[in-house]
Design a protein around this ligand. Structure first.
Ligand code: NAI
Length: 480
C-alpha cells in the first residue's frame, strides 16, 4: 500500500488529504501537525475549519485510510510521499521583512524529514513558496540524507476556501513540477498517478520545478489584480455616476476577459493574496526588476486604498465622527462560507472605525469572539504562525462586542457595515432592523449584496460600493 504523509493539517493539508483518501482507497494517508489542539479537532466531531462538504468527506475515510496524528516523525518515516503544507508567513524581521516569505517552518520540516528517513521518498511542496525554494530544500535534504534519495516536486494548491471540496473534486488543473532527470520524471509520474484516480489526465499539467512554483504566485497575483482593477473602477464610478456592476458586466462579457472575479468590494483578504504578492515583489527586487516589483505592489496599494476609502465614507457620512456611536459590523470572515479571518478586510475597517472611537458590535455566523478579539489585537502578519506560537491571551479590545445575531448587533446602532457576503445578510428583516436603530440610519454595503432601493424605501441612507451615491453621501464627500 502506498503511504502518504502530509505535514501541516491546516486549510490546505486537511481538505486536500481528505479528498486524496476518499478518491484513492488503496492509499493510506496520514495528516500530521505539531499543533495538538488542531489534530484533536480533526479527530473530533467539530473539525478545526469550516468548509462546506468537508465533514462528509472526513467522516467517510477517517479511521479507514485517513488518519490525523501528532506523531510527525513516525508517519514521515513510514511514508513514500511526503507533502509539506506548513505556514509560509511574511517575514516580520531581518532581511526582506514585510515582504519575503519566512521559510522557518518549511526548513524545520525538511530537516526533520532528512533526520527520520530510512527509505527513498518523494517530497512535495504543497505550501506556496518563493520560486527556487525547491533548490534550497533539495540542498537541505541531500546534505543530510545519509545516502537516501529524495525527489522534490512542486505541486501548488489552487483550491479556494469556501469551495475547497468542490475545487478539489473538480480542479481546473493540477500542476506538478519536477526535475527533468529520469528520477525527477519518474517522481512526477508517481504523483500524477495519484491525481489521475479522479482528475482527467489532460488537466494534470507537468512542468519544470521553477515554472510550477512561479505559476502559483502568478495565479494569485492575477486574481488579486482583477479585484484591485474593479475596485479601482468602483472609485471612479462613484465619482462619475457610473454603476460598477453595469461596468463589470459589460467588461466581463468580452470572452477574452470573462465574467468571473469582477465583483467590486471593500477589498480582498484571505491568507494568500497579499502574502504571495509581497513575496513576488521581493523576488522581483532580488532579481533586479524594480519596475516589475512596483507594478505588482500597486495591486496591494489599491486594496489598502479601498479599505480606507470605505472607512472614510462611513465616518464622513456620519457628520465626520463616529466617536461613541454604535456601528454594527455584519460579517468578519474574509468571504462567505468560511470561518477564516486571515487578512480579512474587516480587520482594517474595524481598526479604522476604532481609530475614530466607534463602538463596534460584530456578528459573523462562523467566527468566534475569541478569534475576532485576537485579530483586532494582533500585530500584522503574526496570524500566520502555528496556533500554539501565537499570543494566547490577547488583550481584549474594549470598544468591541461580539454578538450571535444580526438583530442584536444592529439594535440601537447608528450604522451598519456589511463586510462579508453571507447569504443570510441578504434576507434579514431590514424593516425591523431600521425600527430598532438610531436615525438617520445608515447601511454601508461593502459587498453589494442588499437591495439598496428597498432599503432606501424603508428609510435607510445606503452606500453601495461603486454605485451612484445618495444625495446625502454626495454632500459629504470622503477624502481618501
Ligand atoms: P494553516 O496555518 O491553516 O496550516 C499550516 C499548518 O502547518 C498549521 O496547522 C501548523 O501548525 C502546521 N505546521 C507548521 N510547521 C509545522 C511543522 N514543522 N511540522 C508539522 N506541522 C507544522 O495554513 P494553510 O492555509 O493550510 O496554508 C499552508 C500553505 O498552503 C501556505 O503556504 C499557503 O500559502 C498555501 N496555500 C493556502 C491556501 C488557502 O486557501 N489557505 C490555498 C493554496 C495554498
Amino acid at each position: 500500500m502506498v503511504k502518504i504523509c502530509c505535514i501541516g493539517a491546516g486549510y490546505v493539508g486537511g481538505p486536500t488529504m481528505a479528498v486524496i483518501a476518499l478518491k484513492c482507497p488503496s492509499i493510506e494517508v496520514a495528516v500530521v501537525d505539531i499543533s495538538i489542539s488542531r489534530i484533536a479537532a480533526w479527530n473530533s466531531e467539530v473539525l478545526p475549519i469550516y468548509e462546506p462538504g468537508l465533514d462528509d468527506v472526513v467522516k467517510q475515510c477517517r479511521g479507514k485510510n485517513l488518519f490525523f496524528s501528532t506523531d510527525v516523525e513516525k508517519h514521515v518515516f513510514e511514508a513514500d510521499i511526503v507533502f509539506v503544507s506548513v505556514n509560509t508567513p511574511t517575514k516580520t524581521q531581518g532581511l526582506g521583512a514585510g515582504k519575503a516569505a519566512d521559510l522557518t517552518y518549511w526548513e524545520s520540516a525538511a530537516r526533520m524529514i532528512a533526520d527520520v528517513s530510512k527509505s527513498d521518498k518523494i517530497v512535495v511542496e504543497k505550501s506556496t513558496v518563493p520560486v527556487k525554494t525547491a533548490e534550497a530544500i533539495e540542498k537541505i535534504l541531500t546534505h543530510n540524507s545519509k545516502g537516501i534519495k529524495f525527489q522534490i516536486l512542486s505541486n501548488p494548491e489552487f483550491l479556494a476556501e469556501g469551495t475547497a471540496i468542490r475545487d478539489l473534486f473538480n480542479p481546473d488543473r493540477v500542476l506538478i513540477g519536477g526535475r527533468e532527470t529520469p528520477e525527477g520524471l519518474k517522481a512526477v509520474e508517481t504523483l500524477k498517478s495519484v491525481y489521475a484516480q479522479w482528475v482527467p489526465e489532460e488537466q494534470i499539467l507537468t512542468t519544470n520545478l521553477w515554472s510550477a512554483e512561479l505559476s502559483k504566485l502568478a495565479a494569485n497575483a492575477f486574481l488579486a489584480q482583477r479585484i484591485s482593477s474593479v475596485n479601482a473602477m468602483s472609485a471612479l464610478c462613484e465619482a462619475t455616476g457610473a454603476n460598477v456592476q453595469q461596468v463589470s458586466f459589460a467588461v466581463g462579457t468580452d470572452s477574452r476577459i470573462g465574467p468571473k472575479f469582477l465583483n467590486a468590494s471593500v477589498g480582498f483578504g484571505g491568507s494568500c493574496f497579499q502574502k504571495d504578492i509581497l513575496n513576488l515583489v521581493y523576488i522581483c527586487e532580488c532579481n533586479g526588476l524594480p519596475e516589475v516589483a512596483e507594478y505588482w505592489k500597486q495591486v496591494i496599494k489599491i486594496n489598502d486604498y479601498q479599505k480606507s476609502r470605505f472607512v472614510n465614507r462611513v465616518v464622513a457620512s456620519m457628520f465626520n465622527t463616529v466617536s461613541n456611536k454604535k456601528i454594527a459590523i455584519l460579517g468578519f470572515a474574509f468571504k462567505k462560507d468560511t470561518g477564516d479571518t486571515r487578512e480579512t478586510p474587516a480587520i482594517d475597517v474595524c481598526q479604522g472605525l476604532l481609530g475614530d472611537k466607534a463602538n463596534l458590535s460584530i456578528f459573523d455566523p462562523q467566527v468566534t469572539e475569541d478569534q475576532i478579539q485576537r485579530d483586532l489585537s494582533m500585530n500584522k502578519f503574526d496570524w500566520d504562525h502555528p496556533i500554539h506560537l501565537q499570543p494566547t491571551s490577547p488583550t481584549t479590545v474594549k470598544k468591541v462586542s461580539v454578538v450571535w445575531d444580526a438583530y442584536e448587533a444592529t439594535k440601537d446602532a447608528h450604522g451598519i457595515c456589511i463586510l462579508t457576503e453571507w447569504d443570510e445578510f441578504k434576507n434579514l428583516d431590514y424593516q425591523r432592523i431600521y425600527e430598532n436603530m438610531q436615525k438617520p440610519a445608515f447601511v454601508f454595503d461593502g459587498r453589494n449584496i442588499v437591495d439598496a432601493e428597498k432599503l432606501r424605501e424603508i428609510g435607510f441612507i445606503v452606500y453601495s460600493i461603486g454605485k451612484p451615491l445618495d444625495a446625502w453621501l454626495k454632500d459629504m464627500p470622503a477624502v481618501a
